[in-house]
Design a protein around this ligand. Structure first.
Ligand SMILES: Cc1ncc(COP(=O)(O)O)c(C=O)c1O
Length: 449
């Protein structure tokens, strides 16, 4: 083997059995040595002829690899003197040593947002996905509003179950509530947004992330919307206080929004999960021109579907449509197609019916255990019940829960300006009846103490 004087041998190993061309393998290995600073800037490489002889490959292999790395700017040929490493990237700052993992078992969160999904309906779930796998996806970018058949099905359901009468072309599929909220905010003029307090943390974070000022407004009062461009509310089931917005409050809120020329953003997240009375109609049914309606599949199908829908006044909807026509960021077609099958085959209705039954039983247990120690803040619906109590008691119960392996959310953690104390006890998700009873026993013991 002839070695260029002064040039180091390149310790590379080429694999003739690999599917990757030899020139590509060589370029990859030399590039890695440069980017990891094993080969310093200014280092002279063997000539392509010498390297080819050393590796036992055709010269075209080494020439191709060098040409590739010259084109990428990692090597440079200096006329008459050879090929050199032209640059190495700055070394990344060393990462701080990771802390040794502590050996604590994870807490079981009594989550207010994770639904219980009846496994009895799994056959319908599988059938929907089989249908998706057999269907042909749209060849190109599809309708930016989302799958038309799904929008038709949702418009029917919205009219029937939520009292929101709209055309399928007014329904826009989203990747869930927060994406819908982001869309609505993007269509609004600059200005602060009022958000109920206590309130959904993801909503407050989404507003804050747009750079808009957040106006915390007491959750159970008709807010003063002077100077704001919108207000975010959860009328069917105030999160986390659980109250249903009374009719007079709804009318007053819409009057105030018209006066202040602000939009009302209605998050209708778990409204179908009433088990004492029929679901209370949505606010959007009263004024489609003032209310942006946000719906989600997170409670009736699964949060991991990341699918929701938005019905908005023309200005907002057209803004989103114009944006989507460029970005094409509508939810993935297979997920939309699956929801269509799940709605059509009655899966969603069955899951909702089963969940109502189970939640009603669990709600009764939670209320039975905690009502002596705190004030229940609203009719229990969905998958959580909220109790207001003195701070010291709430914190003691929370700490006792943690010590026993449960994370029982504190009401104060959902408050921003208007701090209240208590517990928000979730009973959905994968929590078993036994675990719920144990968590309740632990917290009530602390409350008694
Ligand atoms: C108040 C509220 N809104 C909306 C959602 C659902 O959000 P998404 O549709 O983004 O899953 C939740 C879930 O916990 C919620 O608590």
């Amino acid at each position: 083997m002839t070695r260029t004087p002064g040039a180091p041998a390149l310790p590379v190993a080429l694999d003739r059995g690999a599917g990757t061309p030899l020139g590509t393998q060589l370029a990859d290995q030399v590039r890695t040595r440069i980017t990891s600073a094993t080969l310093a800037a200014g280092t002279r490489l063997p000539s392509s002829r010498a390297l080819a002889a050393e590796l036992g490959v055709a010269r075209s292999v080494t020439e191709q690899a060098y040409a590739q790395l010259v084109a990428e700017g990692w090597l440079e040929g200096r006329h008459g003197s050879g090929t050199f490493v032209s640059a190495t990237p700055p070394l990344a700052a060393p990462r701080p040593a990771s802390r040794p993992a502590r050996d604590e078992p994870p807490l079981l969160r009594l989550s207010t947002g994770t639904p219980w999904i009846d496994p009895a309906h799994a056959a319908l779930w599988r059938r929907a996905w089989r249908e998706v796998s057999a269907a042909r996806p749209p060849a190109g970018y599809d309708d930016p509003r989302g799958l038309r058949e799904l929008r038709v099905a949702l418009a029917e359901r919205l009219a029937h179950v939520r009292g929101v009468v709209c055309d399928p072309d007014e329904v826009l599929l989203t990747a869930g509530t927060t994406e819908g909220l982001r869309h609505a905010l993007g269509a609004l003029p600059p200005g602060p947004v009022a958000v109920e307090d206590p309130g959904y943390r993801a909503a407050a974070a989404t507003v804050a992330a747009t750079g808009r000022a957040l106006h915390d407004v007491p959750a159970l009062e008709v807010p003063d919307l002077t100077g704001t461009v919108a207000v975010y509310v959860t009328p069917a089931h105030q999160h986390p206080l659980g109250r249903t917005m009374p009719g007079a409050h709804r009318a007053a809120l819409l009057r105030e929004a018209r006066r202040a020329d602000a939009l009302v953003i209605e998050d209708d997240y778990d409204s179908e999960l009433r088990y004492d009375v029929a679901p209370v109609p949505a606010l959007a049914g009263l004024d489609r021109e003032r209310v942006v309606y946000l719906g989600t599949a997170s409670k009736s199908v699964a949060p991991s579907m990341r699918l929701g829908w938005l019905v908005a006044p023309d200005g907002v909807r057209e803004h989103v449509e114009r944006e989507r026509a460029i970005t094409h960021d509508s939810p993935p077609w297979p997920v939309q197609r699956a929801l269509l099958a799940l709605l059509r085959d009655g899966y969603v209705d069955k899951v909702v019916r089963s969940a109502r039954r189970v939640y009603a039983e669990r709600a009764a247990r939670v209320v039975g255990a905690l009502a002596p120690y705190g004030e229940l803040t609203g009719p229990v619906a969905g998958m959580y019940a909220t109790f207001v109590m003195p701070e010291e008691q709430a914190r003691a119960a929370h700490a006792a829960g943690r010590a026993a392996g449960y994370d029982v959310p504190l009401l104060a953690d959902q408050c921003r300006t208007h701090v209240q104390h208590g517990l928000v006890v979730g009973f959905g998700g994968s929590l078993t009846d036994r675990q719920l009873d144990h968590a309740l026993a632990v917290t009530t013991r602390a409350l008694r103490g």
